[in-house]
Design a protein around this ligand. Structure first.
Ligand code: GLP
Length: 261
């Protein structure tokens, strides 16, 4: 795992967007894993700008989102399909048919989960997965106790997540209680993972995810098992990390990061 500390949210999100852009330029048929949440909005703004100003080309790439609420229509502003259309897809030259999210309206949700996994496999697996982190440490909607080998499935949302994500729904009562999410095992099979966390509300969970023991209580700790995982944080989210100087030293000296310094 690598940890990169950026001065602020803008710089951290810009770095994630530039990593995506570099991978996409190197491989126009990239299979790109995407995430939702407030943190990611800034990344999508940067990607849209790169498309507009530098002609970053999405025409041949495919995207797979981590998760979707159960029971929301794509036209519902709180669905992740709506979020992705709104923040990214309709601003870039991606073919909507190449954008995949789990279908939270499927009559057979278990079959939908199997189908989602099969579709990812059919296109050769995910090359680069972008991730956020919930305050309780989840990636996707892999809530505490998610098996580290779990696959795409339906998960009940925990009270912490309901609280964290309730605002746009007006109240917790109006929120779906379940979501379809890629499993931790599914995420670990992605060839590269980049997790972005910003703001002081993520400081405690980031120190646990990066420096704590691997545990199914905090699914983000599973990234410690991944051969190519990068955690990008701003100073606020880095505040509780014990080994900040070490991470800074690596970033300053690792040739791979030269063009980003
Ligand atoms: C939701 C998503 C996660 C995301 C998290 C963080 O729970 N399912 O994939 O990482 O939100 O959200 P935010 O960036 O708003 O803190």
């Amino acid at each position: 795992m690598e940890v990169i500390i950026q001065p602020n949210q803008e710089a951290a999100a810009s770095l994630v967007a530039h990593i995506v852009a570099r991978e996409l330029r190197a491989n126009p048929t990239l299979v790109l894993g995407l995430a939702t949440g407030k943190t990611m909005e800034c990344v999508y703004r940067h990607l849209v700008r790169l498309h507009q100003t530098e002609k970053l080309d999405f025409s041949l790439c495919r995207t797979f989102n981590l998760d979707e609420y159960v029971g929301l229509f794509p036209s519902d502003p709180n669905s992740y399909r709506y979020y992705m259309n709104h923040h990214l897809f309709r601003h870039v030259n991606i073919d909507p048919r190449n954008t995949y999210l789990p279908n939270g309206l499927a009559t057979d949700l278990d079959e939908e989960c199997r189908h989602y996994e099969a579709t990812i496999k059919r296109f050769g697996g995910i090359d680069l997965q972008v991730l956020g982190i919930g305050k309780a440490g989840h990636i996707g909607f892999n809530e505490p106790l998610s098996a580290l080998r779990s696959r795409t499935r339906v998960k009940a949302l925990t009270p912490t997540t309901l609280k964290q994500n309730a605002a746009p729904f007006g109240s917790e009562e109006n929120m779906p209680r379940r979501a379809i999410t890629m499993g931790v095992g599914t995420i670990l099979e992605c060839r590269r993972c980049v997790l972005l966390a910003t703001g002081d509300s993520k400081a405690t969970v980031i120190s646990k995810a990066v420096e704590g023991p691997i545990t199914s209580m905090i699914s983000a700790t599973a990234l410690q098992l991944h051969a190519r995982a990068t955690v990008i944080v701003d100073e606020e989210a880095a505040a509780s990390l014990a080994e900040k100087d070490y991470y800074r030293w690596i970033f300053a000296n690792e040739p791979e990061w030269e063009e980003y310094r």
